[in-house]
Design a protein around this ligand. Structure first.
Ligand code: NDP
Length: 293
């Protein structure tokens, strides 16, 4: 029975996930910006570590939630000899399958297991403890991971070997990006035709074109002009790039997801690294000369 769980990466989504971990387990946290570690340890029942190695040394299971697999490998390597037999790393980063393979090999050489376990459900889902978690790894590592992520998950599924969780997540993100792009273009045209954006969404959400994008993201962020930052556009661009690589590597056409990737990369260049993913719609609005309201 796991008692000590460490958490590395207290970002927009990592923080609320770690807060659930701290409620259930003896939790030690580390973050690159140390002020966040101190703030987290003040607000939650958690110990502050001064390095990734400090988290690894104090924990049976370690969870990472970092931007990409590159940072995960760096952090895992930094902890070096602190890794020991019988430990498990659960990587909740939306990473890439190739990167996961490297991390898993590094850990296997030290007797530790690895499960890629990216999440979906956004910051709100993390706060409510209702994330979906897609897990790649051996049967044994995945079963252990499912028990731990239960503290912030509504659904956790073992989807295949190491990397499979990251692959499923990347394709999910491709679908999200396509939906944002298509809804943005379609609604911009409707508003130019004189249709209210809110009314159009109401009708679409009772019709076959509805999606999470039209039901949640547009009403709560676009038509009310709120644009909260919960998930950076730069991260979605990264995710869709991973999806395109998976399609290309497997000899599958990437026309739709590839188009979305080009559009999101352009928006990232225009809006910068801190914009929220839904602010992508602002680029469409600017080109169309209209605001979707
Ligand atoms: P943020 O950009 O808010 O946070 C990133 C975290 O990684 C911070 O803790 C940051 O530290 C840390 N970090 C960045 N670079 C380094 C580095 N070189 N070394 C060590 N630590 C580093 O990201 P999110 O929390 O939003 O996302 C984390 C992961 O979860 C991503 O893979 C994302 O795609 C995924 N995700 C995010 C969702 C969301 O709604 N936000 C939803 C689903 C998945 P510091 O505080 O010092 O900057």
């Amino acid at each position: 029975m796991t008692k000590r769980v460490g958490f590395i990466g207290l970002g927009d989504i990592g923080w609320p996930m770690a807060a659930h971990v701290a409620k259930v387990y003896d939790c030690t946290v580390w973050n690159r910006t140390f002020a966040k570690v101190e703030a987290f340890a003040t607000e939650n029942k958690a110990a502050a570590a001064e390095s990734p190695a400090g988290v690894v040394a104090a924990s049976e299971v370690v969870i990472t939630c970092l931007p990409t697999s590159k940072e995960v490998l760096e952090i895992v390597q930094q902890a070096g000899d602190a890794w020991h037999n019988g430990q498990l790393l659960i990587d909740c980063t939306s990473g890439d399958p190739g990167g996961s393979t490297h991390v898993a090999e590094f850990l296997r050489a030290r007797g530790a297991g690895f499960a890629d376990a990216p999440v979906s459900g956004g910051v709100g889902g993390a706060e409510r403890g209702e994330l979906t978690v897609m897990i790649g790894g051996t049967d044994e590592d995945a079963a252990r991971a499912i028990q731990v992520v239960d503290c912030f998950a509504k659904k956790a599924e073992h989807v295949g070997p190491v990397g499979a969780g990251h692959a499923v997540k990347a394709i999910n993100q491709g679908l999200l990006a396509i939906n944002i792009q298509a809804a943005g273009e379609g609604l911009a045209a409707l508003v130019k035709l004189g249709v209210s954006g809110k009314k159009a969404l109401e009708v679409i959400n009772a019709s076959s074109g509805q999606s999470n994008v039209t039901k949640n993201l547009f009403p709560n962020r676009v038509t009310n002009r709120q644009w909260p930052r919960t998930f950076r556009l730069a991260l979605l661009d990264k995710d869709v790039g991973i999806a395109v690589k998976i399609l290309n590597d497997n000899g599958v056409p990437s026309d739709a997801i590839g188009t979305a990737h080009r559009a999101f990369s352009e928006a990232r260049r225009i809006l910068g690294e801190d914009a929220d993913h839904v602010e992508f719609v602002k680029v469409i609005e600017e080109k169309a000369g209209v605001e979707i309201e």
